[in-house]
Design a protein. Structure first.
Length: 125
């Protein structure tokens, strides 16, 4: 069950990357009149967005795993001060990593939207 929670962000981000990129998630969706100009992911920015989202999702899953490991070490220390300190340090580092991952996602999304808007408007600033 813990493994499922750790990998949930990966599956969510893969679905989100597909939905955000404009590629239809169901076959034949372009026949309904939706904008399917980038079907197949021919734009470079679509591929870059997907790669960034996948990398951030994997790092998020690893970070959640370290948070769980640190909590487990802290809870099962049973009075062993060295093990409790190692668990606290792992949890603190995992929380710092989580903050960095969220900030990286925000910055990557902002930059991707900025360049996407620049290319769609002809590059006028």
């Amino acid at each position: 069950m813990v493994f499922a929670f750790a990998l949930a962000p990966v599956f969510f981000s893969l679905h989100t990357a597909q939905a955000v990129s404009g590629i239809p998630t169901t076959p034949g969706l372009c026949n309904t009149g939706l904008n399917c100009a980038n079907e197949g992911g021919s734009k470079v920015t679509d591929w870059i967005n997907r790669i960034i989202t996948i990398i951030l999702a994997i790092t998020l899953a690893v970070d959640v795993l370290f948070l769980i490991i640190g909590g487990f070490l802290y809870i099962t220390s049973a009075g062993n001060e060295e093990r409790a300190k190692k668990g606290r340090t792992t949890v603190i580092n995992a929380i710092i990593g989580l903050i960095i991952i969220v900030l990286a996602y925000v910055i990557a999304t902002f930059v991707a939207n900025f360049f996407s808007n620049q290319t769609s408007t002809g590059g006028n600033i």
